[in-house]
Structure formats: structure tokens, C-alpha cells
Design a protein around this ligand. Structure first.
Ligand code: ATP
Ligand code: MG
Length: 241
């Protein structure tokens, strides 16, 4: 579904990613792990068109998307929920969800039909739908950011550290939501510092180290692999590992 082939990318003259390759199969969850600064967010930014690769190719459902504009890539069904919470704080929760549909022509009926599974996924958003998004807690804002992408009906959803700063009970809700998205046919590319939790729900895993892919394999094998331990050695900021 998604094929990243030998991509180089960085910021200005600073190279970050070097010959990075990765695949996501339809309907699968792929974990992308590695210590702080490894280049995980940079890779997601390249895939979603926020940074153009300087080398290599990116294909999504057979389409060449390398260097395409972000909105073109979004319209292909490839969505990116970035680090931090990109929501409209001065709009209500419901308005934020509607803004997730920006640029699509959708009837009121279809809007309500799409809203239902999103509210079941994150019941707190239903309760708070008429409140300003800025009045939500950090964790609730994170859920809103995910919900905003989900309502658009992505084929592939890239999540950058969705559990960051969340209380354990909200972390559970986010992981449950990811699993239920896969059940409904959405593929997920998941960047997560809670590596063990991520591997539990993932099918496949890639390890990024200093801008290079150093290991990949079935998630259940990866959980026990030395490659993963090596990648995190000496890193005290990597959550569960
Ligand atoms: N906007 C930017 N301009 C210049 N350099 C950047 C920028 N964003 C990130 N970098 C650099 O690129 C490298 C990779 O950063 P990136 O954010 O992709 O890592 P990451 O794996 O997502 O880390 P973390 O786990 O801390 O989120 C780092 O050395 C970082 O300093
Ligand atoms: Mg990051």
C-alpha cells in the first residue's frame, strides 16, 4: 500500500534520513520505533509531503507521491496526525471534527453517519462536543486530533506518538482506537515511545537509528530482538524501554 524506497531527506543542508525504506501492507499496523532524534517524525513528514525527499521514491497505492503537496497526499487517503496537538482551540469540539472534513463535499446525513463511530471511539468528545477545544485536557485534545483525521475516512493513518503525555486510562483508549481502526480496514503507521505496547498491537516493526533503518521484522519477533535493545541502549527518555 505504502512503499518508501531508499529515501534521503533532511532540513536544509542537514541530512537526517539516509536510504530509508519501509512498506505498509493494507489493513496492517506497522510500528516505527527508535530513540529520540532518530528521524521518526522526519520520515512521517516526508511521507505526508511536508518535506520533499532529496533522493528515493515514495508510492501510495501505486501512485508516485514523493515531493507531492500535502493536500494532494491527504486527498489520496493518507493522513498524518503530527506530534503535539494541531487543533483549533477557539472552535468547539464538533466544529473541529467538521473541519477534519475540509474540502470534501459531504451531506449533513453523511457527516452525522461519520460522526457516530468517532464518538463511540472517544466518548468524551461526544460529551464535550459543544465546548471549546482549548478547554479540553491535553489528552482529550490528542484524541480530538486523532478523531479529526479518522472522520475523514483515511486508508492509511500515520500517528506520531499518540500516547504522549496521556494518563494510562487514556493511553488504553488510544490503543483500543488504533486496534478498532485496523478492524475497520484502516492501515496504521505508528510512531510510539511505548514500544512494548506498540509491538503488542502491531503486525510489523521497523527500527530507525540515526536516520537509518537498522532492523525490521514481525512485531512479535521484534519484541524479543537484540536489534531493538541495541537501538535503545543508553537512552533514558524512551518510555517503556
Ligand atoms: N525543523 C527542523 N529543522 C532542523 N532540524 C530538525 C527539525 N526537526 C527535526 N530536526 C532534526 O532532525 C533529527 C531527527 O528529528 P526527528 O524529530 O525526526 O526525530 P524523532 O525520531 O521523531 O525524535 P523524537 O522521538 O524525539 O520525537 C534530529 O537531529 C533533529 O534535531
Ligand atoms: Mg518525533
Amino acid at each position: 500500500m505504502l512503499i518508501v524506497d531508499s529515501v534521503d531527506a533532511g532540513y536544509g543542508h542537514v541530512g537526517v534520513l539516509e536510504a530509508v525504506s519501509l512498506c505498509v501492507q493494507p489493513g496492517s499496523i506497522v510500528a516505527l520505533v527508535g530513540r529520540n532524534g532518530a528521524g521518526k517524525s522526519t520520515l512521517l513528514r516526508v511521507i505526508s509531503g511536508l518535506i520533499a525527499p532529496t533522493k528515493g521514491g515514495i508510492r501510495f497505492e501505486g501512485l508516485d507521491i514523493a515531493g507531492k503537496r500535502p493536500h494532494t497526499i491527504v486527498n489520496c487517503g493518507l493522513l498524518h496526525v503530527a506530534e503535539g496537538r494541531r487543533i483549533f482551540r477557539n472552535q468547539t469540539v464538533a466544529d473541529n471534527l467538521e473541519l477534519g472534513l475540509y474540502g470534501l463535499t459531504i451531506s449533513r446525513e453523511e457527516y452525522r453517519r461519520r460522526l457516530e463511530p468517532v464518538y463511540s471511539m472517544f466518548p468524551i468528545l461526544r460529551e464535550r462536543r459543544d465546548q471549546l477545544a482549548g478547554a479540553l485536557s491535553g489528552g482529550q485534545q490528542q484524541m480530538l486530533a486523532i478523531a479529526q483525521a479518522v472522520i475523514r475516512g483515511p486508508k492509511l493513518l500515520m500517528l506520531d506518538e499518540p500516547s504522549l503525555g496521556l494518563a494510562p486510562i487514556l493511553v488504553d483508549q488510544v490503543f483500543d482506537a488504533i486496534v478498532s481502526l485496523r478492524r475497520s480496514g484502516v492501515a496504521i503507521l505508528l510512531v510510539e515511545q511505548m514500544v512494548e505496547r506498540a509491538l503488542e498491537i502491531s503486525d510489523y516493526c521497523y527500527v530507525l537509528q540515526s536516520g537509518r533503518m537498522t532492523a525490521d521484522g514481525a512485531a512479535r519477533d521484534m519484541a524479543r530482538s537484540d536489534a531493538l535493545r541495541t537501538a535503545y541502549m543508553g537512552d533514558h527518555d524512551s518510555g517503556s524501554n
